[in-house]
Each structure stands twice: as C-alpha cells, then as structure tokens.
Write a protein that binds this ligand. Sequence first.
Ligand SMILES: *Cc1c(COP(=O)(O)O)cnc(C)c1O
Ligand SMILES: [Zn+2]
Length: 558
Amino acid sequence: MTTQARQKLINLECTYCHTETPLYAFKGECPNCGEKIMKPRYEMEGFDVQAWLKEIRNRPETLWRYHELLPIYDTNNIVTMGEGGTPLIKSRALAASLGLKHLYIKDERQGPTGSFKDRQATVAISTLVEMDVDEVVVASTGNVAIAYAAYGARAGIKLWGFFPKLTPSEKMREAALYGAEIIGTTGTYDQTKALAASFAENKGIFLDKGIKSVAATEGMKTMAYEIAEQLGNELEDGQRWRSPDWYLQGVSGGLGPIGIGNGFEEMHEFGLIDKMPAFGMIQSSGCAPMVEAFNRGQRVATPLETSGSVIVTLATGNPGRAYEILFDYVQEHGGHFEAATDEEAFNAIRILARHDGISVEPATGVTFAGLFKMVRQGIIKPDDVVVVNASGHTLPVEKRILGERWQNQVDMSNAARSHTVPTAELSSAVRRMGDDFRRVVVIEDNEAAARLMVRILKARENSEVYLADNGASGLTLIREKRPDLVITDLMMPDVDGFSVIESMKSDNTLQQIPIVVVTAKELTIQERDYLSTHTEMVLQKGSFIDEAMIESLMQRLN
Ligand SMILES: *Cc1c(COP(=O)(O)O)cnc(C)c1O
Ligand SMILES: [Zn+2]
C-alpha cells in the first residue's frame, strides 16, 4: 500500500453544528454557524486500518508515522526533527508513594525543543510550507514560539513572536536564537494575542490561530495515538491498543486536550480502542477560569482579566469555546477540572524530580500537583491506568523578569519553616566541636525542625539543650544560660537570626560564644560574607518536601 499515491480528501467538521467543509475551501469559520474550532475527517480511498497498523510498525518512531491522518497532502513538505515517539515512562517511586499501580509519564520533554509544542510546530510549519507561506505571527507564552522558531528556521519561514509580560527571558532568548523577531509586551496573554492578530492583519502576515488551527490540534492528536500504542505494548503484550483510564495535563487554552480528545475519538471510531479516557485538566489557581466554571457546574467560563499565577505558560484568562468543548468531553467521557497553587506546583516539581528523576517546568508541576490532589480525593483510584503529560522541561527561571510578584508567590518562608534539618551535618558539626559544648541554645521557630535538632543534640551525653522559638526569647535564654553553643535559624518573625548574631557580637559577654546557623534561606553574597566572619558554620537545610517526609525522617532517627 503506497500511501503517497493514495488520494486524501480532508473535510473539516464543525465542532458546533457538525457541518462539513472541505479543507481547501475553508475560510476560517464554519459556513453554516460561524464556529471556528474544527475537527478534520480524512477520507481515503481503500484505507484499511488493519493494514495501516501493520505498515506503520516499520516506520520511524516520529509522529509522522501517522501522516495519513494528518492535514498534509504531500509528505515532501514535512519539516521534521524526529519529534514525537516520546517514551511512556512507568513511574515507580512516585507511583508507590501515591499508591497507584499504573502511573505512566508521557515524556514530552524529549521533543526537539523540550515541550509537547513540538508536535504542534512540526505539523503547523509543514502545512505552511505546503501553503507557500514564508512569514508567520504567533502569540506565545514561550514554548509555542520556541518550537515554531526552530521548525520555521529549518523551513526558511520567518517568525514574529509576541510574548506577554512575565514570559521568562530565557524562553524569548531561545526563540531569538533561531532567528525569530521577538516582541515582548507589557500585556497579559490575552491582550498579547489581540496585539499579534492586529499586527498580522496590518502587515498582511499569516497569523497562527492556535486552537483554531487544525494543524495545531492535529499535531497534538498524535500523542493519543502514541499513548494507545505504547499502553497496548505495556499492558496487552502488543496484541491491541488501549486507552488509559485517565489522561492528565496542565491546561491553559486547551489545545492539547482538544487535539488529544480528537485522537482518542478517531481511534475509537476506527475500533482501535474500546473506551475513551477520562481527562484530568489542571490549571494554576491564579488563572483557573475553567476550574471555577466547572466547580459552579457551568458550561461557559467567566474570563479572567489578569493572572494571579507566576506560571505564565498557563495564563489563558479567556478560554472561550475551548472550555465548552472540554466541558462536553467530561460530561460524555468523564473527567475532572482541578486547580493547584504555584507553591503546590513548585513542590510537586521537587517531589517528581526526587522520586522519578524527571525535572519538569512549572506548567507541568501544576499537572503533578493536580494528580496528587485527585489521588488524595479518591477521584483517581489505585488501579486506574493513569497517563500524565510531562509537557515541558525545567528551565532556570529568570528572576528579574518575574519581579517581586514572583517572590511573593513562591515565598518559601512557610515551607522554609518546615524544611528538613541537615541531620548528619549537624551531628558531625557538634561532634567536631568536642565535648565542651554542653549547654546549647537552639533558636528555631519551626516545631518539627526544632524537635529534630533537640533530639540530635540530646543524643550526646551530658548535654543540656534550651529551645527558643523566636529571636527575642532566644537572646533572653542566651543571656540567662550563657551557653557553650548557639544554633539559630535565620528567618524568623520579629527578631531574626541576623539580629540575634548582631546582638551577641556587640555584647562583650556573649561575643565569644560560637554560633552555628541552620538555614533554608538563599543567601546573598553579602549575607554569606557576613556569616562567614561572624559565625562558626552555616548549614543549609535540605529542600522542603512535606510534613509526611519529615515524619518519616524522624521515625528513621528514632
Ligand atoms: C502550552 C503548554 C501547556 C498548556 O497546554 P494547552 O493544551 O494549550 O492548554 C502545558 N504545559 C506546557 C509545557 C505547555 O507548553
Ligand atoms: Zn457550524
């Protein structure tokens, strides 16, 4: 069966009224009702699914192995870098701590530009080549523009990338590296989209229509095909394809789940899978119009003007029709909308990295934080087959561009107060100081950390440990007990660790007492210099995991 020779007719089905229009005659909206989001249907003479399944097995593992079912007529126009075919990684440690038997991570970080936007870009840029377009405008929070810029560079297509405020500058720089024109705006993502659209219109340049672009949703569709095939290999000995019980993704505009939903529906129609997966769609609490509407039982989302989240990748404030489509999907096939805070997302990033060695970007952290919540709430059951989209790789977040708001949002002072104590270092530090240090004052405002330190210190014979939970009472204790050693945290309300050190050093009866600092604070160069001249030792606390982790650590110490 030579696919090249086979005639392909692509019709676009309106997602609202189901009227079909041939792709070549499509003018951007349904001729019957004006709807803009379309779903392609492929009519191919003599197309036999079973024969096709056999044939694609011998093709390279890129998403183009499904090219018959993608909106491209001539495979010579394909612009590819081996995208798609990403591994479906079985989680062990994280699955075990969540009590899940079948947790799989679809590792989209392994795409050429590090996110699942590579699927969208390869198909979109290939169709532009087919249409002879040589310039394109795109509004992006980063990943779409990076992927389009890279594929555009290969195709000789110039990209104009419009970015909302708060886009990490690393992402803009990467797009610039591929030769894109970079336009950073001071607006929100929705405002930036409008600006890009009017720029494209004024200049007569092709505008990428995001979710309204069939190339984009069809690119995403390929992930559904891969998941079904890979799960078939995992759970059915490769005898048949199968869908998961759950597909989870961090959601902004909803392009991913809409495309992936189309893929599962298409496979269902072909008889390749026998059920549709439920969708878990997770948004950032600071920008969760879909979740808010879902919680109110509404099919229409109320647009948000601004995002209260630092996770700009998920900053679509007005999901419009996309949410209705996804709401309908959940009504028909099951699913759930959930929100996670920025702090929960950052915490989830650490947990995933530590458990399974997979480091993801904040938008994907949101997804995992949502997974934790859905498991805890019993929405996801222990036996469920769960696939989580690891949609993008971590990148060092540019601090300056995020400004103070970022620091408020990701303020670690709460978390820092329950940071785990570097137990081994602390015991060896105290041991190295010899047996003369009998009386120790510990100033630590986190109860769990304080308990742990006291336990470590009391393990030494003859030691007397005095505990204060704030700087002021710590100083009182120091003056009263004249300890041999002071161990203090830095970040405490009111009188902090620096003030304690300052007071001790300016009192000639206390200035000889050695001080050990145990802190989770990120130290500036000045602070580091100050501490190196005024204290004996600075011990950095490990990263925050959670209370349960501290508990288990403490149990192991018992
Ligand atoms: C675009 C993006 C999302 C959100 O995807 P949508 O399907 O457009 O809502 C999530 N994670 C990453 C890494 C992304 O780049
Ligand atoms: Zn219509």
